[in-house]
Design a protein around this ligand. Sequence first.
Ligand code: C5P
Length: 239
Amino acid sequence: MEKGSLLYEGKAKRVYKTDDEQIVWIEYKDSATAFNGEKKATIDGKGRLNNEITSLLFLKLHDAGIPSHFVKRLSETEQLVQKVDIVPLEVVVRNVAAGSFSKRLGVEEGKELSKPLVEFYLKDDALGDPLITDDHVEELKLATPEEVAQLKEKALTVNATLSSFFKELGIRLIDFKLEFGKNAAGELLLADEISPDTCRLWDAVTNEKFDKDVFRRDLGSLTDAYETILEKLGGPQHV
Ligand code: C5P
């Protein structure tokens, strides 16, 4: 497969064309951003860690019968994925109160929720990615009611699979963000990445954080934290 011209550059990745119209080439960058881009840094090794971890988790989900855009890992920092039109929604699943949920609703961080919650945020940097309701999603024509139901169901299925997988590794999956997109056939597929940048991952015994909160809150070395997760997942795949 040939790497073509740059299609898009985001905060964490570059997307290139390939010689197959339905496949794009993703390169993970070493940049870290938080608080809607207000805090920025370059962290050597971050692109490699997120590419490796995302590749392993998408393979794990594939084995559990949950399809995604992931095609294959190409190198330490690159992967091939199906080209999709991203639905401009961030779908967040929460098992334990933390982050913006705790802040907005005054619920103590670390409190187990009575059931997993699904939230939608509008992907719009200028508006600060606001939390929106199902009715807003329909009003803005971001998804049909059937698609909203599908997004929730898929997000909860990913949660069940990843929560039990991480539990076996001694890690609690506190919350995470997913993105979905439509491929050329019109299928709604899990897309983007699943990594410590997009999940909260706490040690099951000590509650030590192994995710982007290490960067957001200056809690220590981000690469050490992400490396711990990659090692628990069994280390990098061999190409
Ligand atoms: O900040 P908040 O508590 O709403 O984040 C919930 C989850 O979604 C966290 O795991 C966070 O890392 C992830 N998230 C993300 N990208 C965003 C916002 C949140 O990956 N733009």
